[in-house]
Design a protein around this ligand. Sequence first.
Ligand code: FES
Length: 122
Amino acid sequence: MVESALTARTANVITADSVQFACAEGDTLLRAALRAGVAATYECNSGGCGTCKFLPSEGEFTQVQDEPKGLTERDRRKRRMLACQSVPTGDCTVSLVLDPEASRAPTSVFHQDDGALARILM
Ligand code: FES
């Protein structure tokens, strides 16, 4: 079932596991993943624990906090980011850590149809 077009500007996110979901403008990568039913790992959702670290492959992100406590200097050198603090500015490809105890299957997927991004409920 096709629900409806989402916001005017969304980012299309693809993980290393080929899971695809949409991120609404201004939303963090973590919130968008969880909304789509993608079991991304997290604990604090505020940049403090580092549980949601990911590695971007493609795309640009703005940061909620400039220097969140959840990232070490080594993480920064390795270009790691926090999903709870990163807002995609466009389409991106990322390596997200998924919770092995949760279902990997998203409850919904997003489909590009005639230039409009539509949510398909499963
Ligand atoms: S969930 Fe704790 S730093 Fe992102």
